[in-house]
Design a protein around this ligand. Structure first.
Ligand SMILES: [Zn+2]
Length: 228
């Protein structure tokens, strides 16, 4: 039996205008040497990047919240590829929407219990605001996840959770969702895009962080493999 996958890019492109948590510049790119500055028949352009660990589409490891938690380089590669579960909350979403326990229960009523070892993608559609950093950041008013929903998801033995906003928590809720997931070594990916292209189940998702020793967060290339 042969089958083909369509590859969907769930990653935002990094540039100096990307939205960031505190509104500061998250990424710069400088030219160290350009083609016209080189001698000889073969020329080069070399660059230097400066970026926040949380620039763009990125992963939070347990060490982001817990002093002795695992860092991004300590997350086993087996945990970075998994069945994708996509929970589509777009029809209900407002800037103050909180994904509830009921949203998870409704998904499971239709599709069955979230499988062991899945990576759960919460699609709110907030990614359409990405190109306008103020609209995306929106003074930290964006769709989030309730502590109860996070508790329920954390009982499903999942590998990770992916959101298409700056965070599954808002500053006004005290960050319970980060604690609930990272305490159980369930990683969090923030600022994903294109989650609506993933069907509710049956796809795979690949989370590829930079391999940086001691990093608590890291930009990722995030891909979905969707059966055609
Ligand atoms: Zn985070």
């Amino acid at each position: 039996m042969s089958y083909k996958n369509k590859v969907i890019d769930l990653t935002h492109t990094l540039n100096p205008e990307i939205p960031t948590w505190d509104g500061s510049c998250g990424f710069t790119i400088d030219t160290l040497v350009d083609h016209h500055e080189c001698q000889g028949p073969y020329t080069f352009k070399a660059q230097k990047f400066t970026l926040l660990a949380s620039a763009g589409t990125h992963i939070d490891s347990p060490a982001h919240v817990f002093t002795h938690g695992a860092t991004t380089d300590q997350i086993h590669v087996d945990n970075l590829i998994a069945l994708a579960v996509m929970i589509d909350a777009r029809s209900k979403v407002t800037s103050s929407y909180v994904v509830s326990e009921q949203d998870i229960i409704e998904w499971e009523y239709i599709h069955g219990t979230i499988p062991d070892q899945a990576i759960v993608c919460i699609c709110t559609g907030w990614d359409v605001r990405w190109s306008d950093k103020d609209l995306y950041r929106n003074n930290h008013q964006f769709p989030s996840i309730s502590a109860q929903a996070a508790q329920l998801l954390s009982t499903r033995n999942i590998k990770g959770i992916i959101v298409d906003t700056l965070s599954p928590d808002r500053p006004d809720n005290g960050y319970p969702v980060h604690h609930i997931f990272l305490e159980k070594s369930i990683f969090i990916v923030e600022n994903a895009t294109n989650l609506h292209y993933i069907p509710p189940c049956q796809s795979q998702v690949v989370v590829a962080p930079l391999l940086i020793e001691g990093a608590t967060e890291s930009p990722v290339r995030l891909l979905a493999l969707v059966p055609e």
